[in-house]
Design a protein around this ligand. Structure first.
Ligand code: DX5
Ligand code: ZN
Length: 225
């Protein structure tokens, strides 16, 4: 069976201890880090940008999954993304809702050019049908199971149906994109998320925030088994 990807989000870390949190995630065997970029514009929160990312990637070997919850104004998508890019960046996700059509096209071609997985996210109230025209070009689709902006929110139950619908679409059209889910994933919600068809999940508060290596290992084990 194809291995399921668990990507811890550092959004819920205590940033005074970020190095320690990353050491623990590494020691617990995690390969990916989910990096939530927010702009106080597309979402009501502000996080981090390229500097903290390059501090992380210059020291650690994690594969990086960047989740951009931002609008791109007065600058090209390429210019916006360039400062974030290095060889550890394996996936970039923009929200379908935050870009216009030209920007989506520019974004996807930027990813292809740089050999990075191209991913679009949809908010809980956005229909998957908006993604129809991009399905062939996407490497990943991120189904949001909370409204983006904060860690520690409750999983929105109707997301299960959305994941199933996306899985059916993928099978029906024989498409290659991966199905990712972000928000409120924990021991209670995980099994149903996986059964519904998710292949990659993000976990913030469940895995990051002062947990010991042992605790992280136990929780990841529960997610993977
Ligand atoms: C929320 C972020 C998530 C967040 C998940 O907008 O995109 O990645 O960190 O945190 P939990 O797992 O606590 O919902
Ligand atoms: Zn995220």
């Amino acid at each position: 069976m194809k291995r399921f990807i668990v990507a811890p989000s550092i959004l819920t870390a205590n940033f005074l201890n970020l190095g320690k949190e990353l050491d623990n995630l590494k020691e617990a065997g995690l390969e990916w880090i989910h990096y939530d970029v927010m702009d106080y514009n597309f979402v009501p929160n502000l996080t981090f940008g390229p500097k903290i990312l390059s501090d992380i990637t210059s020291k650690y070997d994690f594969k990086i999954d960047i989740h951009l919850m931002v609008q791109v104004l007065n600058i090209s998508v390429e210019e916006y993304l360039k400062p974030f890019i290095n060889n550890k960046i394996k996936q970039l996700t923009f929200h379908f809702e935050s870009l216009n059509k030209e920007q989506v096209v520019e974004f996807i071609s930027f990813c292809k050019k740089n050999n990075i997985a191209a991913s679009l996210a949809v908010n809980p109230d956005t229909s998957l049908s908006y993604l129809d025209e991009y399905l062939n070009d996407l490497d990943n689709i991120l189904v949001m199971s909370v409204f983006p902006g904060f860690g520690g929110q409750k999983f929105i139950e109707k997301t299960y149906e959305k994941i199933k619908a996306l899985k059916n679409l993928k099978l029906e059209k024989k498409l290659n994109f991966r199905i990712q889910v972000d928000g409120g994933v924990n021991e209670q919600t995980f099994k149903l998320v996986q059964e519904a068809g998710a292949e990659m999940i993000v976990a913030g508060s469940y895995l990051v925030g002062g947990l010991s290596v042992e605790k992280i290992k136990q929780r990841v084990w529960k997610l993977e088994n």
